[in-house]
Design a binder for this molecule. Structure first.
Ligand code: AP5
Ligand code: MG
Length: 216
C-alpha cells in the first residue's frame, strides 16, 4: 500500500501517518522529520537545510528529490509506505514520477487533508513533540502539560523552531502558492480523496481507512 498524505502545515499529516504506519506496519517517510534529524546530526544536508527550514521556506527541489530517492531505494518499498511532505512543488511531482517509474512503484493513494487557516495556526502554536518518543501532542488536548501521554517521560516536550506564528503564516502562504498546484497536477492523474482534517483524530483515521479499503 502506497499512500501520499497531502495537505497544509498542521493539518494532521504526521499524526495520521504515525497511526497508519503502526497499524499497517508500513514505513512513514516524513521529509520534514528526515530533514530535522539531519539538522540534529549536523550532516551536510542538515547544515544546508537548517536556516531554510527555520525561516519557513522550502528546501531546494534537487536536495529533496535526492533525499526521497535515496530513502526509497534503501528500504523495502514494495512492502508499502506513507509519504508525508513530498511532493511539495510541481518540479517535485516530476521528480517523484521519475522515481516511481524507475523503482516500479505502483500508483499511490493520494489523500488530501483540509483545515481552515485559523484552526491550523491555533494547532501549530500549541504543538509540542516528545523528544524521547517523537509523539506529537497538542497543549489544548493533554491534561498534564509536563508528561508525555505515550511514554510518560517528564519535561520532554520540545517546540519546533518553525512553529512561531509569523513563520506558520509564511509556511501557509508558501503552501498556497507553491504546493497547492501539486493537487491540480494529481487530480488530473489520480483519484484524489479529500477529507476533513478538523474531525477528531480517530474520525480522520477511520475516513482514511475507508478510502484505503474502497468503502468511501
Ligand atoms: P514538515 O515537517 O513536513 O512540516 P509541514 O508540512 O509544515 O507540516 P507539519 O509537520 O507542520 O504538520 P502536520 O500536517 O504533520 O501536522 P501534525 O500531525 O504535526 O516540513 C517542515 C519543513 O521542512 C518545511 O517548511 C520545509 O522547510 C522542509 N521540507 C519538508 N519537506 C519538504 C519538501 N518536500 N520540499 C521542500 N522543503 C521541505 O499536527 C499538528 C498539530 O495538530 C499537533 O499538535 C496535533 O496534535 C494536532 N492535530 C492533528 N490532528 C488533529 C485533529 N484531527 N484534531 C485536533 N488536533 C489535531
Ligand atoms: Mg508533520
Amino acid at each position: 500500500m502506497q499512500i501520499i498524505l497531502f495537505g497544509a502545515p498542521g493539518v494532521g499529516k504526521g499524526t495520521q501517518a504515525k497511526i497508519l504506519s503502526q497499524k499497517y506496519n508500513i514505513k512513514h517517510i516524513s521529509t520534514g522529520d528526515i530533514l530535522r534529524e539531519s539538522v540534529a546530526r549536523k550532516t551536510d544536508l542538515g547544515i544546508a537545510a537548517k536556516e531554510v527550514m527555520d525561516s519557513g521556506d522550502l528546501v531546494s527541489d534537487d536536495l529533496m528529490g535526492g533525499l526521497v530517492k535515496e530513502t526509497l531505494a534503501n528500504m523495502d518499498y514494495k512492502a508499502g509506505f506513507i509519504l508525508d511532505g513530498f511532493p511539495r512543488t510541481l518540479e517535485q511531482c516530476n521528480l517523484m514520477d521519475g522515481i516511481f517509474e524507475e523503482l516500479d512503484i505502483e500508483k499511490p493513494f493520494f489523500i488530501l487533508l483540509k483545515a481552515d487557516t485559523e484552526v491550523i495556526v491555533n494547532r501549530l502554536t500549541k504543538r509540542r513533540l516528545c523528544s524521547k518518543c517523537q509523539t506529537i501532542v497538542n497543549l489544548n488536548d493533554i491534561a498534564d502539560l509536563n508528561t508525555c501521554p505515550n511514554c510518560n517521560a517528564n519535561d520532554s516536550f520540545i517546540e519546533r523552531k518553525d512553529d512561531k506564528e509569523e513563520v506558520i503564516r509564511k509556511r501557509l502562504r508558501i503552501y498556497r502558492e507553491a504546493t497547492l498546484p501539486v493537487l491540480d497536477y494529481y487530480q488530473e492523474k489520480y483519484k484524489v480523496a479529500i477529507l476533513n482534517g478538523t474531525d477528531s483524530v480517530e474520525m480522520v483515521t477511520s475516513n482514511i481507512e475507508k478510502v484505503l479499503t474502497g468503502n468511501d
